[in-house]
Design a binder for this molecule. Structure first.
Ligand code: ZN
Length: 100
């Protein structure tokens, strides 16, 4: 009998330099809220936000990155830059290859 399980990835954008105390606090918040539920925190990791392949959607403000480019930020929603402005896949103009 196959067990059904899946990962739900949650990303938190932190302003400033790496802050281990804040990261531990976030882990504890998540852990305590999941107590007694069918979910558990199994891992957390941090990585610097680098490069230029990301921005905020011009329409809705969602953080986006072009996932078709090798330097994408996987934690952000997929999107594309048009005329210097970022758009998420939900806000991209109809007909754009990535438009949802
Ligand atoms: Zn959007």
């Amino acid at each position: 009998m196959k067990t059904e399980q899946y990962f739900y990835h949650l990303s938190v954008l932190i302003d400033g330099a790496e802050d281990l105390a804040l990261e531990h606090e976030l882990d504890e918040v998540v852990r305590s809220h999941l107590s007694g539920k069918r979910a558990q925190l199994v891992s957390s990791a941090s990585e610097p936000l680098e490069g230029e392949n990301f921005g905020r959607c011009e329409c809705c403000g969602t953080w986006v990155s072009d996932r078709s480019a090798p330097d994408c930020v996987r934690a952000f929603s997929d999107g594309a830059k048009i005329a210097g402005k970022w758009y998420c896949d939900l806000c991209l103009p109809q007909g754009h290859p990535k438009a949802f």
